[in-house]
Write a protein that binds this ligand. Sequence first.
Ligand code: F1P
Length: 608
Amino acid sequence: MCGIFGYTGKRVVVETVLQGLKRLEYRGYDSAGIAGLHGDQLLFCKQVGKIDTLQERVQSEGMVLDLAIAHTRWATHGKPSDVNAHPHFDASGKLALVHNGIIENEAELKQELKKKGIAFTTDTDTEVIAKLIGWFYEGDLLRALKTALPLLKGAFALAMIHEEHPGKLIAVARQSPLLIGVGKGETFLSSDANAFASYTREVIPLSEGEVAILTASSIQIFNASLEMIEKERHELDMEIAAPTKGSFAHYTLKEIFEQPQAARNALLSHCDEEQGVAIFPEFRVMPLDAEFIQRLLIIACGTSFHAGLIASYSIEEMARIPVTVEIASEFRYKQPLILPGTLVVAISQSGETADTLAAVRLVKAQGFKVIGLCNVQGSTLAREADETIFLKAGPEVGVCSTKAFTSQLTVLTLLSLFLARYREMSREEGQRFIKELYQLPNQIQRILDQSDEIERIAKKYAHLSEVFFIGRNLMYPAALEAALKLKEISYINANAYPGGELKHGPLALISPESLLVALTAHEPTFDKIQSNIQEVKARGAAVLAICYEGEKRLEARVEDQLFIPRTRGVLTPILTTVALQLFAYYIAKERGASIDQPRNLAKSVSVE
Ligand code: F1P
């Protein structure tokens, strides 16, 4: 997490840097800070809170800089506070540094430095880096880095400036994203190319311990051994329209309402209606040799993991291919056994989730090819995967994933169709499937049209402190996602269980103060989930059932019902999710929560 932005060039530096930083606020928003050089003077400003507050202060102080680095923080070491906000400084106060990542051996290093008489003023691991580089500095920054960097354990990206090196931005990246934007007479540095894409399209990503020394008109890059190297420039082909909320109260609500279009975009150019098959024209080199695929391994975290879980049901049901879904942060530490014939799919909205990327590297090191499923062009996953399918959902700003999730499901359903057609599914069945897929955008719209009713029900339950979700079959992972959404944005303790598991423990928690949300729109397990509802009702809890339109069997048995259009089983999680996203949104709104930027979270989880 954390966002880094740097700039040197002819624009108004403070404004340019803060504008860039704002586009990185999704990476964390506990505190923000800026440091720069004015002549040979190092100036800085940092404080707890969001970038707007920093901007007001910087403007009121009339800060003017020749070049600058800036940071938006998601706290790892040390609580969010003015003192822990970046930049941090070496002992001389001449070096200012901002950091994204975690230094795993910060305690040992701090100890060592303290023994040498260096005093620390913050609780951060970042201050250790600054003090360490400062300790080795004798006038040559590169030389100091050569000694200091090998002592740091962990993944990190750094940007720094030094009073004795005017005109220079120094950048370092080891397994954390940091990209140089090459302009005409100006140079940018950012954790995400999107933040400078409106100024320049030419990009050099740093990686594997590389160091860069940047001026407005020159770029020098060194490998981890600090030998000068040449790096290729890439041309960005991402859209650059800055996202706005439009008439919506929150980005999250806007993004929920963008789902019909996002589904259309995900389907676009992926269906051959004539052949009743899905196609993936974006693959550059790797043919998807469906005949040879014997099993799938899906790797992801958070909401993307839930998308993978749901897909495992649809792929197994439709294509009869076994699928394993792994949480990347667990997978990478378990010495995984990957069998020949495995197609690996890594899912990540941001393409920057550190654990997912580490899992991808592990899989590739074992000689397997990886397909990335991601929303952000130019992201690390897009660069490192052998092939990438882009969701084309448009930028997702709200920290909780909404439209990207349903787009992931849509694309994964296409993958299920693709694999199924190479197995048993007939062309006619494939054609029927595509017809149903094409109805998705309108069906999603029909749920959005019920937002007033969903808000009414949400208000009724907004005071609760605990909510249970149940589902069976692929509605179980859909329940997991619904519970995650509610807890992320409303801070209600929400948990999801497979319907059959209630009796194995969770029923003990049910009381007349509980709400059970039952995901019932799955015909094969309807009777069973109905029995689960009865068991919960017998303990006095209220029940909200998510049902197919026209469902009468539950009318007299539950307090509330929300209806979704009837569709094929494997597509139902998408529709159920949209209804429950709105439910979570309106509960959070009623509780006055910070919906777009929930406490303690960030959009891109770039630390392990
Ligand atoms: C995974 C994820 C998101 C979640 C939040 C934190 O990110 O858990 O699902 O909404 O933003 O990160 P990604 O790998 O899909 O980008």
